[in-house]
Design a protein around this ligand. Sequence first.
Ligand SMILES: [Zn+2]
Ligand SMILES: [Zn+2]
Length: 302
Amino acid sequence: MIEVTFLGTAASIPSAERGLSSLLVRQGGERFLVDCGEGTQRQLIRSGIGFRRLDRVLLTHGHLDHLLGLGGLAGTINLWRTTDRLTIHAGAAALRLARTLLLDVTWPAGPPPLALEFVEVLSGPIYESEALRVTAFPVRHHAPDCFGFLFEERRHQPLIRARLEELGVPSGPERARLAGGEPVTLPDGRHVDPEDVLGPAKPGARLAVIGDTESVEDLVDHVRDADALVIESTFLDTDADKARARSHLTIGQAAWLARTAGIERLYLTHISSRYRLADIEAEAAAAFPRVSVARDFDRFQV
Ligand SMILES: [Zn+2]
Ligand SMILES: [Zn+2]
């Protein structure tokens, strides 16, 4: 299961209800902060998520409404020692800005005890663990080196609870070992093989996250058949000319991508305060049946 929490859903300028772009992706014990607009650390506190195990930030691009919160966030993580290392993944241009913000502005006298790692994102896999793979793909927007991210859980065989109970496998390390495909010997000497308690293999969840973008045709293959897509939709369709001029999407374009790519569930973010929320929600509902217009602190699971 992958869980997403929206921390900031405003377009370009914060409002009383919406912070600047940021969301947290969690899978098992792993956490990824995607974008870090100004004010993100307060949103993390308000959401109850806090800073523990927050050691990886992915930037979609280098516009300030997506990264200006990085200095303050890293400062707090360094002060509270919630992790020893903070890794920033971004395209070359955004990575240069992140480096300047952290090394020249936040810590001009020398690097902090917190180990900072700057990793340039190129198209392709950027993170792999036993349970998860994250892949980056190029996105067109009025900034260089923009990327979207696809989070994919690996295929897994879930434990069958009824079989575990039947065989008297206690909760704890034995179950974890069986889930990992290892046989175990129970305290009473009985031997249990993983095949005795594992169900049929299930495909893992797939989540696509796209920040600011000016086009959708080039994104279809990258997000095809994802269980959920998070994407900007800054303008209503009546302002398609403004959307084009400012290198952003309309709701209709985001919905087109969801339909064409076979997306199960669509989440719209980067919401402009120039419109009434009711108008945005009405246009979204008419454009795609399984859609939500995200609000700060909304949470969903894939
Ligand atoms: Zn933006
Ligand atoms: Zn932008």
